[in-house]
Design a protein around this ligand. Sequence first.
Ligand code: FUL
Length: 693
Amino acid sequence: MKMSLFIGVILCLCVISFNCARTNAPAPYGPIPSENQLRWQEMEYYAFIHFSLNTYTDQSWGYGNEDVNLFNPVELDCRQWARICKEAGMKGIILTAKHHCGFCLWPSQYTEYSVKNAPWRNGKGDVVRDMADACKEYGLKLGIYLSPWDRNYADYGKPEYITYFRNQLTELLTNYGPIFEVWFDGANGGSGYYGGANETRTIDRTTYYDWSNTYKLVRSLQPNIVIWNDGGDRADLRWVGTEGGWVGETNWSLLNATGDVPFNMLHYGVENGDSWVPGEVNTSIRPEWFYHPVEDAMVKSVPKLLDTYYNSIGRNGTLLLNFPIMPNGLIHPNDEKAALEFARAVKEAFAVNLVEKTNATATNVRGNANKFAAARALDGNKESYWATDDEVTTASLTIDFGEPVIFNRFLVQEYIRLGQRVKAFSVEAFIDGNWQEIAKATTIGYKRILRFPTVQATQVRLNITDSKSCLLISNIGIYNAPQILNPPVIIRNQAGEIIINPVDAESVVYYTLDGSAPTTNAKLYTGPVQTDGKLEVRAIAYDPARDKSSPESREKFDLPRTAWKIIGIKDEHAGAILDGNPSTAWYHSNDKTMPIDLVIDLGKEQNLCGFRYFPEQTYWGPGIITNYQFYVSANNKHWKLVDEGEFANIKNNPFWQIKNFAPEKARYIKLRALKNTEGNNKTGYAEVDVITN
Ligand code: FUL
């Protein structure tokens, strides 16, 4: 009797401890974020500010010899910057305290090349101080961009510069309060003023800066900081390999601590990386980082900014959106308008979470414990989560609305404090009595948001179909975002057909060919429209269900290119140069060396007065021409040079390059490439076109 009681107690204890093990939180899996990285990730959205002497010289990269007297932002108001960022829903601002030109926005005691020698406020001004004060007033965090490459400093390239760099860093990280992030830009074009040496200096980016000791200094001065670095030792955050405003659809917050990371891996992270290095998506609200008046009309549209949002924050990244400052010291009204409309659109999209007050069930709940139940993913508490048993790496969670509900966005978050795990998942909706897959994706991480055409359903099911370890889902949101229509895309192919593609599935297109503004009374687009001669196409996308129109698209076309022929190239793919589609490109074969010619027969004599070149869009290793000559001929034998020059800043800003020349009658044109962005012989073209009288 006594013996059986004893065995019973032992058994009970075993069961209890077994269940306890199952109801304990899962062990971390793989690398996990530090507290600083977690705090940073939760900021989600913050601003970059690009401001320096470049602002006054219309340059992207100053050479280092620009005159400090140019710096005089008479209306400078960091409170305007902070107000706009705050109203835009941003959580912080990173300021270019020193860009590559070496000019310092604060009165550094280690150089004369700073605001202290500028006319602005009689040399008494300090932009970093004003920024720090404004951030404090508006409840924003402050970050610092300090360019390691310094084209002004005489000792750049020598060990002495590292001391200078650390001294400046110490000033910035000591005198301006808490700094949330420091940005060490790896860009280095080699040449520079360097105190008057005017030469090219090469450094070994893996050793020159001795990053590990600089990191120690940074962390000792600012224990809560995160370090961004794309140039040297692995830091806390990674560049995502593009400035285009997106990170990979698959996005692991992991890299390996050592070894080179090819830029395409920066898009995706490394699935089995040994360190937690999450991606930050940095992009500008305009094509360029610094202010250029010509870009006042090129501020990104709300649909474009929303794409950026879904492709950064919606893909386990943060979004660092840049405002260039104008020479007067303010953000341009067009940029402010775009940022605030974008913020409104995001707010509206996520205003109502339809999962509130719904029931959820899961195919597996860790230890059947209430604290890990499906409902924990819907309770709005970021510290609670739905979890599965250790051995369960695929499972489903079903949300029952109890009635038909309309939606088009699905948001899901992992509890990343214990690691990033999910490799693949799908979302199904119960529509008219059937389960239908409405979206499918790979990684989740801190936050994943999926967009899909609007559906009406009574239930939604999240299926995790592949994971590294058991599942920990801390949040799910389902939303019905108002549709914001994208302007349609207009092209004219070589046959002269106008093709207008709506970007959004739920819209139709109205267009005009006579220059008048398109409304829903204009022609409805039903398929390619044959055209001839010069014309302007204007079009809108329209959603009949919501009675909403997109912003307008406008494209001007010159000669039809039906009779054009590319001479001397047999490759049929070369047609990409004339197909009207900027996203298709053609390259010369590798055996060519500069100068490299492209000759086109226009079919008959034309009155030419200019040409246009659209480069192909690859950022890395591209064949983008920077220096050119343009010739015309009546017979393809005797050529006349009518224009030559450079496509300035084409690498960072790979858009249409438009060149005009004195009118010439000719049947043949020749675009001669003299140099490309990479200093090699690769030469490509997305489009080449002419301008006629
Ligand atoms: C790049 C720099 O070269 C640009 O000028 C800009 O500062 C951007 C954020 O990073 O690498």
